[in-house]
Design a binder for this molecule. Structure first.
Ligand SMILES: [Zn+2]
Length: 295
């Protein structure tokens, strides 16, 4: 009798912990921001370069070739190479050709030579095994000199080829893979195997990094437990629905019909007891009231 009671107690506890493990994302409210997507390090760096060069604003300001040449020289002096090259290119391509045409072409030629020197310096870093630093420079050169004739093709070809080299890929992917691996381990410690599963999955894509291989091994181990696989798929669904909810919120005012579609999609796809489903149903009801004809 006593043993039975204890067994029952143990069963109840493990059921509760299983529920907590499966349902932890169910309670996640879509209100108050989210975004689970990981912006790649390269995209973040590119956005920073863009901001630094303020390209759109400066090009807009330069309304004639005199101004373009002036702004281009300033930009070049301040190391804003992409902006400088874009302005010189505008002058070089403008028709009818004016007195600035040759000067602009000459400047672009000089920029190409500078670019080649910088590329060589970056390659030397690579030879000293300073891989991350070298690629930071090389990626920047590819972006900054994208419109500089001839050199743009040379640098793009060179950088793309290096990016395909597995030795460099392993080094370059390692920081992100290590971060994800640590995140996955933390989820496992917190008894969130479903989230660990999804994070390891992301990390495993970053092969041949060492941490990516470790994440792949851990993922394979988790895949052996069908309960965890099912929980991970449910976790994935809830996360996707949270993402859809944010998209719907963004277009609610401008495209109410699109928002309605998205909220409906959540109501169909999200688990019945989830917070995101409840919120989507609420939003749907509000949209419905608003779209009713007044008479
Ligand atoms: Zn989860």
């Amino acid at each position: 009798m006593r043993i039975a009671a204890i067994t029952l107690l143990i069963m109840a506890c493990s059921a509760a912990s299983a529920l907590a493990r499966h349902g932890h994302m169910h309670g996640m409210s879509p209100r108050g921001g989210g975004a689970f997507g990981i912006v790649s390090a390269y995209e973040a760096r590119m956005a920073a370069w863009m901001r630094r060069e303020q390209i759109a604003a400066n090009i807009h300001q330069a309304k004639n070739n005199v101004n373009r040449m002036k702004y281009a020289a300033q930009a070049r002096q301040h190391g804003k190479m992409r902006l400088a090259a874009t302005l010189y290119m505008r002058v070089a391509l403008s028709r009818p050709k004016d007195k600035h045409h040759d000067e602009a072409k000459k400047a672009l030629g000089a920029m190409a030579d500078e670019g080649r020197k910088a590329m060589k310096a970056a390659d030397e870093l690579l030879q000293q095994d300073q891989v991350i630093e070298a690629f930071e420079k090389l990626d920047y050169l590819k972006w900054a000199y994208e419109v500089v004739p001839v050199f743009n093709h040379e640098i793009a070809q060179h950088v793309n080829k290096l990016h395909r080299d597995p030795h460099y890929q392993a080094v370059l992917n390692e920081p992100e893979a290590a971060k994800l691996l640590a995140m996955g381990r933390k989820h496992e410690q917190d008894d969130e195997a479903c989230c660990a599963f999804l994070v390891y999955e992301q990390a495993a894509e970053l092969v041949p990094a060492a941490s990516a291989k470790q994440a792949g091994e851990r993922l394979a181990a988790l895949k052996k437990d069908p309960e965890i696989v099912a929980a991970a798929e449910e976790c994935r669904t809830v996360r996707k629905c949270l993402d859809t909810f944010h998209r719907a919120e963004l277009v609610k005012k401008s495209l109410p019909n699109r928002a309605q579609e998205l909220f409906k999609q959540i109501v169909t796809e999200a688990p019945r007891d989830s917070e995101v489903r409840r919120c989507a149903a609420e939003e749907l009801a509000k949209l419905h009231v608003r779209s009713k004809p007044r008479n």
